[in-house]
Design a protein around this ligand. Structure first.
Ligand code: GFB
Length: 309
């Protein structure tokens, strides 16, 4: 990517898109376009066609998606599959029609089977049933990954699909019923601390583990791959940092300074029992994560206090 080439970041206000834009600007890329969502519904093919006709980007980071945590995914599978299929299909197809130099498609670690060998390698895709709580989202992301592969084979579209681990960081979705575990517990514990509530309810039994990747590490990896890598298959981006949800909740409790008790509501689902990805492919390419989890978590909590509390 040259500094004068036009870069479109779809999903610029979200967790990933906003981090990619911060990183691009830090590196001196200023020819960045994004869609003002209030004017542009990426599910609408005509509006996306018009946007690409007007902007004609050279590079596209497809970070726009309907994203949510276990509860929102479980209760809205139809929305998650429809919105994500429409958004990605429109943008991938326009990238082909406008001969974009390179498209990067953001997938998710949840495309992999609910239960499989750990750490999860890219080739474990579609080798066993998916986790039911986020099947709608996972199937949409698998379809997007395959669509990028097929457009590369049939039309020569230079597309790369990346599969990040569970993400966290500034600009996340802190609504407890919609978001992921880290922002959800941060908000719930601050609310309980302020209201002096004796208990915070956590979901499941705390036994699952998750691998967490700071969104700024992901943005760094995405720009690294956009500049250095044209492999046709998808690639995992992980941190190798795995923690049980119980230990995570205790860490958040300590950093927030909440002194009440944690209640584990086992009527809520655990979801995938364990998820840690094999990121040896991207490590071999010369990239590595830099954000230590404890530092990243403290920075996220500070961002929440400065911007949301
Ligand atoms: O982050 P999370 O919502 O999504 O849940 P997944 C991770 C684990 O944290 C689950 C537990 O075992 C939850 O039951 N948990 C405990 C909580 N307390 C809470 C809480 O207050 N809020 C939330 N949200 N969880 C996601 C998918 O699955 O994986 C996404 O939903 C995406 O679409 C992502 O694919 C990679 O990690 O289970």
């Amino acid at each position: 990517m040259n500094k004068d080439e036009k870069i479109y970041v779809a999903g610029h206000k979200g967790l990933v898109g906003s981090s990619v834009i911060r990183k691009l600007k830090l590196l001196g890329y200023n020819n960045i376009v994004f869609d003002e969502k209030k004017y542009l519904d990426l599910r609408d093919q005509t509006q996306v066609k018009t946007f690409f006709w007007e902007e004609k980007p050279d590079y596209v980071f497809l970070a726009a998606a309907k994203v949510g945590g276990i509860n929102w995914n479980k209760t809205n599978p139809a929305e998650f599959i429809y919105d994500n299929l429409m958004i990605q299909s429109n943008i991938i197809n326009e990238c082909h029609l406008h001969d974009v130099k390179k498209l990067m498609f953001l997938g998710s670690a949840c495309i992999y089977p609910k239960v499989t060998q750990m750490p999860i390698k890219e080739e474990y895709l579609l080798t066993a049933p998916l986790e039911p709580t986020n099947e709608g989202y996972a199937l949409a992301k698998i379809a997007g990954l395959k669509m990028c592969d097929f457009y590369k084979k049939q039309y020569g579209l230079n597309a790369l699909s990346v599969m990040p681990a569970n993400l966290y960081g500034p600009n996340d979705n802190f609504k407890p019923e919609h978001g992921h575990v880290i922002p959800g517990l941060i908000k719930k514990m601050f609310d309980a601390k302020i209201k002096n509530e004796p208990i915070v309810t956590c979901w499941g039994d705390g036994s699952p583990t998750r691998e967490f990747l700071h969104v700024d590490d992901l943005a760094d990896a995405l720009i690294f791959l956009m500049q250095n890598h044209n492999d046709s298959n998808h690639i995992n981006i992980g941190s190798n940092f795995e923690i049980t949800i119980k230990n995570l909740a205790e860490m958040i409790k300590e950093y927030v300074g909440y002194e009440g008790d944690l209640f584990w509501d086992t009527t809520r689902p655990n979801g995938t029992p364990r998820r840690v990805m094999d990121n040896s492919k991207i490590i071999k390419l010369g990239w590595e994560p830099k954000v230590q989890f404890a530092d990243g978590l403290k920075q996220t909590i500070k961002w929440y206090v400065d911007n949301k509390l």
